[in-house]
Design a protein around this ligand. Structure first.
Ligand code: ATP
Length: 249
């Protein structure tokens, strides 16, 4: 039992959730390692949403509202940490939800589908009942996508994604938004919008921005996007991590 007053309370609670998901078979062991990597970066950014992340979240909300056919991609870590938030975001945007796993097994796909359905999802794509297609004919197992989901999507939210998959999505012409605590990861570098924040903080904020911007005209949303520079934003985040590190010495 973690005491509420413990300085690492929130972080330890997330760890508990991840371990529980692992023991239930929702997560592969690599999912725990990915979480640990995220934890380290979260520590460096002060375990709170920093200004560059907020700018990226606002731009992501604008992009998702402008999208013709947005899809939210879900892996084991995302399902374990924030499934209800994903479902609410999908409902607000009228977006599809698609399971995409690095370590894909029929059992894990089934468990994640159940988590999402329990969280209120009406439809979950990317299951084994569908005949998945290969993006742009790329013959890698990491290039599969639902024909009604990521395959035809224009904008894809791919949180906690690995660099190879992000690269394939870009090659297939998708505009991608990621949530990734590591501003140096290949995914953060490849994405059109990189939100350097913990997914448990980023998704509720994204929901808040989508609600706030929903009434805006398309021109206003486009203006928000035009004012956003992902490369510069990542550089701001790196500068901020460095200052944070020096303050701790
Ligand atoms: P890449 O292939 O993009 O260079 P990687 O090899 O680190 O990155 P993975 O381990 O597959 O790729 O991706 C997991 C990413 O998700 C890591 O960058 C990690 O920092 C990040 N991450 C883990 N947990 C969270 C979380 N709760 N919120 C946001 N990001 C997270």
């Amino acid at each position: 039992m973690v005491e509420k007053g413990h300085p690492r309370y929130r972080s330890l609670k997330l760890r508990e959730k991840i371990l529980e998901a692992y023991h239930k078979g929702v997560l592969a062991d690599a999912g725990i390692i990915a979480h640990g990597r995220g934890e380290a970066f979260d520590y460096l950014i002060g375990e709170k949403t920093r200004r560059p992340a907020l700018r990226a979240i606002k731009a992501a909300a604008a992009l998702l509202l402008l999208a013709e056919d947005p899809v939210l991609s879900v892996n084991g870590n995302t399902a374990a940490l924030i499934s209800e938030g994903i479902v609410e975001l999908a409902r607000l945007l009228d977006a599809k939800i698609e399971i995409n796993l690095f370590h894909r097994t029929p059992q894990r796909v089934k468990l994640i589908e159940e988590i999402l359905k329990r969280a209120g999802a009406r439809e979950v794509l990317g299951t084994d009942r569908e005949k998945l297609k290969h993006l742009k004919g790329i013959k890698s197992p990491r290039a599969t996508a639902s024909p009604r989901g990521i395959y035809t999507a224009d904008v894809v939210l791919v949180p906690l994604e690995d660099g190879d998959r992000a690269e394939m999505l870009k090659r297939a012409g998708k505009t991608i938004i990621t949530v990734d605590l590591n501003p140096l990861s290949r995914t953060s570098r490849k994405a059109d919008i990189s939100i350097t924040d913990n997914i448990v903080r980023a998704i509720p904020l994204l929901i808040r921005y989508v609600k706030k911007l929903k009434g805006c005209k398309r021109d206003e949303l486009k203006k928000i996007l035009e004012g956003f520079d992902n490369k510069k934003n990542l550089e701001d985040m790196l500068r901020l991590i460095d200052l944070q590190r020096m303050r701790k010495l």
